[in-house]
Ligand binder design. Structure first.
Ligand SMILES: N[C@@H](CCC(=O)N[C@@H](CS)C(=O)NCC(=O)O)C(=O)O
Length: 186
């Protein structure tokens, strides 16, 4: 998202399990990513994407009024039902049929079917153009395909092909790879 925005930023790599770092002072949850902008700390990937899209409107990644419904719908769907269903399912746990009514996502297959339909309905999740919601929804789908937690469905593969064919994605991946190489040397 920061590469899509194009604003200057400083990256800080956190070593998990390093008791000496003071990361919990920045995020009590001790989870990444976290951004700090103008003295405000923002956590949660979808909040970071929506915040940056609003804070840097010149990047054109915030929704127009016509896109806003789909933009928020799928941003929140990915943060809630999708994230919970995918992580529970990936560790081998799914709610029993008589308990699915107690879970906001119901069951994993329903979530996958719904998501595949959503990413296939339009070129991008909120309509005809790429928005900040695609950074987050796209990351979920791409991660799920890479790590095998999502089925390789045509709708997912076509959507991901569109989402990653971007200079911002390529720049971010190069920086992540460089950080990873550096960490492996340390
Ligand atoms: N709800 C958080 C989830 C963040 C999250 O799961 N972060 C993982 C990496 S992708 C993490 O920090 N894991 C390290 C740990 O739990 O120690 C978000 O949307 O940003």
């Amino acid at each position: 998202m920061l590469e899509e925005i194009g604003a200057p930023y400083e990256r800080k790599v956190i070593h998990f399990g390093d008791a000496a770092n003071d990361f919990s002072a920045i995020n009590r949850m001790r989870k990444v990513p976290v951004i700090v902008h103008k003295g405000t700390t923002v956590t949660e990937c979808p909040a970071i994407c929506a915040y940056l899209a609003d804070a840097f409107p010149e990047a054109g990644l915030a929704p127009t009024s016509g896109e806003r419904g789909l933009y928020y719908r799928w941003l929140f769907f990915a943060a809630g039902p999708l994230e919970a269903a995918a992580s529970n399912h990936s560790v081998g746990w799914d709610p029993a049929p008589d308990k699915q009514v107690m879970f906001g996502y119901g069951d994993f297959k329903r979530v996958m079917d719904t998501l595949e339909e959503a990413v296939s309905a339009n070129p991008y999740i909120a309509g005809d153009r790429f928005t900040a919601a695609d950074v987050y929804v796209g990351a979920h789908v791409w991660w799920g395909l890479q790590f095998g937690t999502f089925d390789k469905r045509p709708g997912f593969e076509d959507y991901v092909a569109r989402i990653i064919d971007r200079d911002g994605y390529r720049r971010a991946t190069e920086k992540d790879d460089a950080d990873m190489a550096q960490m492996q040397k340390e």
